[in-house]
Design a protein around this ligand. Structure first.
Ligand code: RIB
Length: 303
């Protein structure tokens, strides 16, 4: 069983010809209201890639229309949402601009996500078959405590260091990697994390190899270059991404993480799970919005 402990947002998305620089205003013909949040995106990507009823999510939403529709969206996508609770704060909201090349800029107003605590998981018992997924849009101390519980029960932890926090201590990051089996980062997050742990480099490959020295597998997602996995025993592997013309890269990393979790939950080999995740993340870039293009099992070529 997969449990995603993380964020839920509503994404307000505007297409622009170019992403505004500081002080600049650009016009967009309109905007769309879409489902998002790194946690919810990862849960839905995992559920679409998995056999039925394999994914649950623990999260906070506001007692508002956004929160109700976000919870319904999880259920529609076969994510167990019993541990999605109401908070006094409004549902998290992300303000996203997407340019003509499919690149994005995102501001997240945390709202209810900041209320998530380990108490939300009351009633959930981790065991050796648990695959727990974390990101960085909810309180870190709560995620760390839940990760410790999962590992103590023999379960596995996938931690996506996104968005990489601007202020994060070496101590916190070292606690995080100590409780992580698979640490997933993009190129920039890899370099940021390695620097925080004492390795100055501008090469994500060196950063990934260094991070795996702490005992976890470090997976660096590198867009069109594919995914690079660095294992703690010094082995590494590269999976190529299929060539695509991206429409919107929002949620591609989340899709990767969700499908990777699904593959591990299904007991695929690590390499096979990595290949499936890389392929699925590419497919997700072919549609507008974080969740729209996330592939189903059939689209991943799995019966
Ligand atoms: O990773 C993409 C997600 O980041 C968006 O859905 C947005 O909600 C932000 O959390």
């Amino acid at each position: 069983m997969i449990i995603v402990f993380g964020s839920i947002n509503i994404d307000l998305v505007a297409r622009v010809s170019s992403i505004p620089r500081p002080g600049e205003t650009v016009l967009s013909p309109g905007y769309e209201t879409l489902f998002g949040g790194k946690g919810a995106n990862q849960a839905i990507a995992a559920a679409r890639a998995s056999l039925p009823h394999r994914v649950a999510m623990a999260a906070c939403v506001g007692g508002d229309a956004f929160g109700r529709s976000a919870r319904d969206n999880l259920v529609r996508n076969d994510v167990v949402a019993d541990l999605v609770v109401d908070s006094a704060e409004p549902t998290g909201c992300a303000f996203i601009t997407v340019d003509e090349r499919g690149e994005n800029a995102i501001t997240v107003a945390s709202g209810a996500n900041a209320s998530l605590s380990e108490a939300t998981l009351r009633g959930f018992e981790a065991n050796a078959a648990t695959v727990a997924v974390f990101q960085m849009e909810v309180p870190f101390s709560a995620s760390l405590n839940v990760a410790r519980q999962v590992r103590a029960a023999g379960g596995r932890v996938i931690w996506n260091f996104a968005p990489a926090p601007t202020a994060f201590s070496t101590r916190d990051l070292s606690d995080l990697v100590d409780e992580t089996d698979i640490f997933v980062v993009n190129e920039h997050e890899a370099i940021t994390a390695a620097k925080l742990l004492g390795c100055e480099t501008d090469r994500f490959e060196d950063a990934g190899a260094y991070l795996s020295g702490s005992g976890c597998t470090c997976v660096v997602t590198a867009g069109a270059q594919g995914a690079f996995a660095f294992h703690s025993d010094g082995r590494s592997e590269i999976v190529e991404a299929p060539p695509i013309r991206p429409v919107d890269t929002t949620g591609a990393g989340d899709t990767f993480v969700g499908i990777l979790a699904s593959g591990l939950d299904e007991a695929l080999s690590f390499t096979k799970a990595l290949q499936r995740a890389c392929y699925g993340a590419s497919l997700a870039c072919l549609a507008y919005g974080a969740q729209t293009g996330m592939p189903t099992r059939a689209q991943l070529g799995v019966i």
